[in-house]
Design a protein. Structure first.
Length: 740
């Protein structure tokens, strides 16, 4: 596959699609109703922090997707101080009403990279040439860019393209070498030429129909040019590795004889594979052609001398004839695999290294198998293995096993510490195994036994028809060039929610299938423990007047509502603040009156942040009744304090920076007061209290001390929750608000 670090292609840079955004300020909208790109760009300007943007950056629309339900997704390329950012692409998501609904990006922090190189272009060129193994034919001009493919350590780098031949003298190589522009060290690279090592014996799918073209009536000549599939074409290299490729022709429109010794047999398999792959993406996913333009591809057969390989070079397929020229690599799943690299290139552009490289290979294995199932050929049915017909090892064993990748002796069945550093063909095992679990399930199956990693729960498959839709939508809408397995989990969960609904059977299955391959994350369908007496959520039950909160309805069912009739004391409701969710914002002089709650033991959950700039306290909950000093507050920017007139001493816990969103939990079980922040226990204090801890104010201590900060959610339980219930509630909040 051709993987380029260069900017978007000319076809993508159509003036009609360009929407540049510089320094977070959108350009003036054209006359007429705003386009999806206009809406997304305006949202991006308001929520630039979600993609870790800075004033030094510009963003250019690459592609827009408008969902039938009204939601939208807009892909952008990013530049930093005029330099392209590899791994900096992003997707902005909009809700049906045009509101900002979040963003996908690989970056984890704002870029702060010096843009003056300390090594020269000539030094980068020399380093790239030294890194090439084989015969060099040309070395391109180095290009300066920001390499953010490793989000934790972005660097100024040179990209140099070296063309030539691999050591075997037959495999072409277009090697992109990345060198550190400050130290000159080689950071990595990738080859545009991708291949599956393998051989094929008896590659036929039986007798199949082929769409061809009558190119001459005198003499009668048919050509392997498929007008029904974008003019897919098959040509023969005649054993050469360069020069022209002659379109295959025939006089009677009967191609091959089922034996590899017949020159047309490989052509028939290649033509059939190209047609089925084209049909699969068009009819299953609505994608017409690899590039979405309904244009077919060229398949080159009889490449090289007994060449044991097949590859996609960014524009066409190439197949060798295999060992002894008798095993052409034209199997159906191999064709689907390689051409799917083109689809990945056109959509997410997954970088071919690290975890994104493994996801790239897994995507091709997944869709190669789905093409095999789609074709429904008796001689080569779908089987969740890769390259089983080419028999590369001479034992009849496949190249890879999706149900248990480790059976090949090298692929990773479960995600582990070394997964990011192995060859993409082996790290792909994690993605392959996930997909099998999602489609078929774990344990004994008709295809083989799928093991469960660690202590994860078993998975019941949802069927390949739904699984393939989820993977394709994630690739199309949520994956970016540097997507990791953790990010792929997030993307496939979002895709499942889009297609089948949040917390649907399919959505829950995605969570379980990732857990079964050791890609662990918070259950997105987690729910808080039952039994709360206060449950206030900024995303529901809030009544406002001119943006000010007048009433906040309790969702616990116990009627502990909060309200404020005095306009000057009313906090504000602010949308899309934390993970796309709203908050109730207190500005230092606002509060809400809470229907009194008076638990003797309790567990309190607060999702919010303290924005008070001075090193003083910011009140979360305040007193009620005779308990004048009952309170929970932030103070000094790094601490939380709990106090009660019922015998709870003033207990201060240093919990870290409270000026970022976090989950603060206070639990008192009648004997011990514990304070947690984002699931970590910070203090545990023996306390012997008597009577209730009466609270009836949110954001205030009487009328003298107030909160300055945001509240997204507040829960109060009239007991010291068990660890299981506490963790379940924390996981619910962590997932909902994307907390650490």
């Amino acid at each position: 596959m051709r993987r380029t670090l260069a900017g978007a292609t000319g076809a993508l840079l159509l003036a009609a699609l360009l929407t540049p955004l510089s320094g977070g300020t959108a350009t003036a909208a054209p006359a007429g109703p705003p386009t999806l790109a206009d809406v997304a760009t305006a949202a991006l300007a308001r929520h630039r922090d979600t993609i870790h943007g800075t004033d030094a950056e510009t963003y250019t629309v690459r592609r827009t997707i408008a969902d039938p339900g009204g939601t939208g997704h807009v892909r952008y390329e990013r530049t930093y101080r005029g330099l392209r950012v590899y791994g900096g692409d992003l997707v902005v998501h909009t809700a049906r009403d045009g509101a900002f609904a979040g963003a996908s990006t690989s970056l984890t922090a704002p870029l702060a990279v010096p843009t003056t190189p300390k090594t020269t272009a000539n030094e980068a060129r020399a380093a790239a040439e030294r890194a090439f193994t084989g015969t060099v034919t040309t070395v391109g001009v180095p290009d300066l860019f920001v390499d953010a493919s490793r989000p934790a350590a972005p660097k100024l780098a040179w990209e140099t393209v070296v063309r030539g031949w691999a050591p075997d003298g037959q495999t072409p190589s277009v090697l992109h070498v990345i060198t550190d522009a400050r130290t000159g060290a080689v950071l990595g690279g990738f080859d545009e030429i991708e291949h599956v090592l393998g051989t094929g014996n008896s590659m036929y799918s039986g007798t199949v129909p082929l769409d061809t073209t009558l190119t001459s009536s005198s003499p009668v000549t048919y050509s392997l040019i498929d007008p029904s599939h974008g003019n897919n074409r098959v040509c023969s290299m005649g054993g050469a590795t360069g020069g022209g490729c002659a379109t295959m022709t025939d006089a009677d429109n009967v191609w091959g004889n089922g034996l590899p010794t017949h020159v047309q047999t490989a052509g028939a398999d290649a033509h059939f594979g190209a047609a089925k792959t084209y049909d699969y993406f068009k009819l299953v996913h609505g994608r017409c052609g690899i590039w979405g333009d309904c244009v077919g591809v060229t398949s080159r057969v009889h490449y090289g001398s007994s060449y044991v390989n097949a590859f996609w070079d960014g524009v066409q397929m190439t197949y060798g004839d295999g060992a002894g020229g008798l095993k052409p690599l034209t199997a159906l799943d191999v064709a689907g695999h390689e051409m799917s690299h083109g689809v990945t290139q056109a959509l997410a552009g997954l970088i071919y290294s690290g975890e994104s490289g493994g996801l790239n290979e897994a995507t091709s294995d997944i869709f190669g198998n789905m093409v095999e199932f789609y074709a429904g050929v008796t001689a080569d049915p779908g089987d969740y293995t890769v390259g089983e017909k080419i028999d590369i090892f001479g034992t009849g064993a496949p190249l890879r096993y999706m149900y248990n990748p480790g059976l090949d002796g090298a692929s990773h069945t479960c995600y582990g510490p070394t997964t990011p550093s192995v060859d993409p063909h082996y790290s792909s095992g994690v993605g392959n195994h996930f997909f099998f679990n999602l489609a078929v399930g774990t344990g004994a199956t008709a295809y083989g036994t799928s093991p469960i990693c660690g202590s994860a729960a078993p998975v019941v498959g949802i069927g390949r028809a739904k699984a393939e839709k989820i993977w394709y939508r994630a690739l199309d809408v949520y994956f970016t060039s540097g997507t990791t397995y953790a990010a792929a989990r997030t993307g496939t969960l979002a895709a499942a929610a889009d297609l089948y609904g949040s917390c649907s059977i399919e959505h829950k299955a995605v969570h379980l299938a990732w857990a079964a391959v050791n890609v662990i994350g918070v259950n997105p369908c987690a729910a808080p423990a039952a039994g709360s007496v206060v449950w206030l959520r900024a995303d529901t039950g809030v009544t406002t007047s001119a943006g000010k909160v007048t009433n906040w309805a309790d969702q616990s069912g116990t009627g502990h509502h909060a309200s404020m009739p005095v306009a000057a004391r009313q906090p504000s409701l602010v949308g899309a603040v934390v993970n796309g969710k709203p908050v109730v914002r207190f500005g230092g002089s606002q509060s809400l009156s809470l229907v009194t709650v008076n638990p003797t033991t309790f567990t309190v959950f607060v999702v919010g942040k303290n924005t008070k700039p001075t090193e003083t306290y910011s009140m979360i909950l305040g007193p009620g009744g005779d308990n004048a000093n009952n309170q929970l507050r932030w103070e000094n920017g790094t601490q939380a304090l709990v106090y009660g007139s019922n015998g709870i001493p003033a207990t201060t816990s240093t919990v870290g920076n409270t000026r970022v969103f976090h989950d603060l939990v206070v639990r008192y079980d009648g004997a011990t007061l514990r304070v947690y922040r984002d699931g970590t226990l910070y203090t545990s204090t023996p306390v012997a209290a008597s009577g209730g801890w009466s609270i009836n104010q949110i954001g205030a201590y009487y009328s003298s001390s107030f909160m300055q900060g945001d509240l997204a959610e507040l829960l109060v339980y009239p007991s010291g929750l068990s660890d299981a219930d506490r963790v379940a509630t924390q996981n619910y909040l962590k997932s909902k608000y994307a907390l650490p």
